[in-house]
Design a protein around this ligand. Structure first.
Ligand code: MG
Length: 256
């Protein structure tokens, strides 16, 4: 009997020790699987990482089409950059996307004229849901000493959310956008299951921190959602009379 109770005690002590071990062992909270797959980082200058879909490499517009009629994109490729052809209208990717990480560089001409929204206006539509300006627009605009409504300046979610700060470089210099887009999700009957979210860095500075979107962005009227599953990424040919914006080094990494 004495021996039995001693054994019970020792088992109890051992299990208590195991519990204490779990509380003090750093290994208890280590996760080893699954191992994130290896991606070779872009070497320098925001060059595309190894698993990126390169949307514009400085040479051709094979990844792009007119958003109006799907004809070949008519914007001008020259000197390794892409310049908006305003008469040619918006262009969009031939490929469709849901969630992704995107890198894009843009430049307002050094001799830009105009003011407010009529000064280097373009736009990055995170998802295009129609042939014109339908979708979710991150504003592209010269916001270097150029006053306008703050939810319409560069790095705003257009007419919804102003950027946290203004990190605009002067006209003539290249700007970078790095975006994480979480697309809205719709049920089979078209009702909204979860909203869209965007995180945006402008020139490496945080502008939108997991910003919730209230719907598609509109020039007039309140935002609202319209169901879609996958959508192209679209660049805006804005109708203002100022000189055209240019782009370079555009790549995207679809996320699951
Ligand atoms: Mg715009």
């Amino acid at each position: 009997m004495k021996r039995q109770s001693a054994m019970v005690l020792s088992i109890l002590a051992a299990s208590m020790q195991t519990a204490a071990w779990a509380q003090t062992d750093p290994k208890a909270t280590e996760q080893w699987e699954p191992v994130p797959r290896i991606v070779a980082a872009g070497s320098q200058d925001n060059k595309p990482p190894s698993d990126a879909v390169v949307l514009f490499n400085g040479r051709d517009l094979s990844q792009w089409e007119s958003s109006k009629d799907h004809s070949p994109a008519s914007w001008k490729v020259h000197d390794g950059v892409l310049t908006v052809n305003k008469a040619g209208g918006n262009i969009q990717t031939r490929q469709r996307f849901k969630n992704y990480q995107l890198h894009l560089e843009w430049q307002v001409p050094k001799d830009i004229q105009g003011e407010g929204q009529a000064r280097g206006n373009s736009g990055l539509f995170l998802a295009s849901t129609g042939p014109a300006d339908e979708g979710y627009e991150i504003q592209i605009l010269d916001s270097w000493k150029n006053k306008t409504y703050v939810n319409g300046q560069a790095a705003s979610v257009y007419k919804q959310t102003p950027p946290l700060v203004n990190a605009m470089r002067p006209p003539g210099e290249w700007q970078t956008y790095d975006v994480i887009w979480t697309a809205p999700v719709f049920a089979a009957d078209g009702t909204l299951k979860s909203t869209g979210y965007v995180t945006l860095f402008h020139n490496g500075v945080l502008m939108q921190n997991h910003t919730q979107l209230a719907g598609e962005t509109f020039y007039i009227g309140k935002p609202k959602y319209k169901p879609y599953v996958e959508a192209p990424i679209k660049l805006q040919a804005h109708g203002d009379p100022s000189q055209s914006v240019s782009f370079r080094n555009i790549w995207v990494r679809p996320l699951e």
